[in-house]
Design a protein around this ligand. Structure first.
Ligand code: ARG
Length: 563
């Protein structure tokens, strides 16, 4: 609807020879604090100062130029001082929005800007032989939601997981395993044992040289080392699979840094031919100082490749394979400079598509005392433990409300609530901000939380289930609560688009919360079943339920019919 308002204003300005784009106008449009002031309002201050005119006169001018044209969507358009206020034809709007939501269902709010376009969203990307830590959880949650946002705009989205399965750290691990490895411990809890070995190797600086040698051997194809490495990778993959299953996350492509080993020499050659490689203290680098980006290390003195070598290679081969229109790397903010360097190298290599490479960063999880959450008292926090803990918190909450619930139902419900808690607890924050990882708060059934949203959804379902009314709905005179809910519903397509455009799922998360709050207010003040407005109110609830579901889907959260 905001677009219609912007178009009217644009038209009015045009006939006065003032050119403003729809976006420029949209940014200025406000939603007035009360319905008496209209549904949308255009303040004329900035325009007036540009035109060196009085804002009130500008408002009058716009009003006059709009004339009587927009008979269908608006009841009235008025000026009030420096504002032009737009009053929607509310009944008409309510009919249209409710009908659209009920009819288009999970497609309601979708856009088509991504039609025939392909995007790769790379996210999660944990490192093998290490526990899936909380560090990779944020990328997993945000990357998944961004993929959903792209899908929703009609893109062909490729969800990609890029495992950290190559690099000097595996030299350390193999060296450590040969020295401290214990087959029994490895069988019992492989990831834990490998982590212990890794920590032990790192304690002694003297191990470093030996570890580098082991990695060198791996890069040269040493069979023994590669067999060990494959075994470690197998353990990790099993571990990760389990976690993704619990989180409800799926990927279209699972690849590892190691998959590009064979192609790296070619790329190094290419860098050489393009005169980008310099030797510095025996290592080979691309000098980016001219671009204020330091240097990008491509090959160490002993010939070993690096993270960047593999990323450059992988980007080139991904482009060859997918011809993507965009590639998004959802990786923690601490790698921002690194991504700038690696994108710059691609640009200097002459790859035009490097401008379509985007790094999407995020802040950290913090403990309640403000420290980074990755470790607790020096110990790594395992994802499994976090999930188990969240599930048991959820179970407690459920049992408070439903003491007789069957064990299996409890499990199922608690799992879903746990995921909603964690996902929403993260996504309600702007991704660049740090997030206090407070599971108790996340799981609370009240307040701005995932369970509150699931609860609102289930409440809507239960009302709909209670009714047998199948009448077509008529829109009555709307009361303020209904009107607010209708208006909020009408914003959904716009919100989904803005969240996609700004790579910011928190817009959808916050929207879902506000929407649910309005629904609960509506529900508390307006009787539904048996009321005169029953058919309309039921339809409104159904529309709400659909839009909330669509919002939650965008966040990667699945709904529960009963709480
Ligand atoms: N595995 C890496 C890490 O844990 C993240 C990989 C990010 N993606 C990339 N293309 N570099 O830090």
């Amino acid at each position: 609807m905001i677009k219609e308002v912007a178009k009217l204003i644009q038209g009015a300005l045009k006939s006065n020879k003032i050119k403003l784009s729809l976006e420029e106008i949209e940014i200025l449009i406000e939603i007035p604090p009360s319905h008496e002031m209209g549904d949308y309002s255009f303040p004329c201050f900035s325009l007036a100062s540009k035109l060196k005119q009085n804002p009130h006169e500008v408002a009058l001018m716009i009003r006059e130029k709009i004339g009587t044209e927009p008979a269908t969507d608006f009841d009235d358009i008025q000026t009030q001082g420096p504002y032009v206020n737009f009053f929607l034809d509310r009944k008409n709007m309510a009919r249209k929005i409710v009908w659209d939501a009920i009819t288009f269902k999970e497609k309601f709010g979708m856009g088509d800007i991504g039609k025939k376009k392909k995007v790769i969203v790379e996210f999660s990307s944990p490192n093998i032989a290490k526990p899936f830590g909380i560090g990779h959880l944020r990328s997993t949650i945000i990357g998944n939601s961004i993929s959903n946002l792209y899908d929703f705009q009609g893109y062909k989205t490729i969800r990609m997981n890029y495992l950290g399965d190559w690099g000097t750290q595996f030299g350390k691990l193999i060296y450590g395993y040969k020295k401290y490895g214990d087959d029994d411990k490895l069988k019992k809890d492989p990831i834990k044992h490998l982590l212990d070995i890794y920590v032990r190797v790192n304690k002694d600086k003297k191990n470093e040289k030996k570890a580098r040698e082991e990695f060198k051997k791996m890069e040269e194809g040493d069979r023994g080392n590669l067999i060990l490495w494959k075994m470690f990778k197998g353990f990790s993959l099993k571990d990760f699979e389990e976690i993704y299953k619990r989180l409800g996350i799926k990927f279209d492509a699972l690849i590892g840094e190691s998959d590009y080993n064979k192609k790296m020499p070619q790329v190094i050659k290419e860098l050489e031919n393009k005169k980008l490689l310099k030797t510095s203290q025996g290592a080979r680098i691309v000098n980016l100082k001219e671009h204020d980006l330091g240097v990008c290390l491509i090959q160490k003195t002993d010939g070993a490749t690096l993270y960047a070598t593999r990323d450059i290679t992988s980007a080139i081969s991904r482009y060859k394979k997918y011809k993507f229109d965009q590639i998004i790397y959802e990786v923690g903010q601490e790698q921002t400079l690194y991504f700038k360097q690696f994108f710059k190298v691609l640009e200097l290599m002459g790859y035009e598509w490097s401008k379509n490479c985007i790094h999407v960063g995020h802040g950290h999880y913090l403990d309640s005392d403000g420290k980074r959450f990755a470790t607790r008292k020096g110990k790594t926090v395992f994802m499994e433990e976090i999930l188990d803990k969240t599930v048991s918190l959820a179970e407690k909450e459920i049992k408070k409300r439903e003491s007789k619930i069957k064990k299996e139902d409890l499990r199922k419900k608690a799992n879903k609530i746990a995921i909603a808690s964690i996902f929403y607890g993260d996504l309600k924050n702007n991704r660049s901000n740090n997030v206090i990882f407070d599971l108790k708060k996340f799981v609370s059934f009240e307040g701005d939380t995932g369970p509150y949203l699931l609860y609102s959804y289930a409440r809507a379902t239960s009302i709909l289930n209670k009714s047998t009314n199948k009448d077509k709905f008529e829109v009555p005179e709307l009361n303020p609560k209904e009107l607010e809910l209708v208006k909020k519903l009408s914003l959904f397509p716009d919100i989904a688009f803005k969240a996609y455009e700004s790579l910011n799922p928190s817009l959808v998360a916050n929207y879902a919360y506000q929407l649910s709050k309005l629904f609960n207010e509506f529900y508390h003040s307006c009787p539904v079943i048996g009321s005169e407005e029953e058919s309309f109110r039921l339809a409104l609830i159904e529309a709400f339920r659909q839009v909330l579901k669509n919002s939650l889907n965008l966040l990667g959260i699945s709904t529960l019919e009963r709480m």
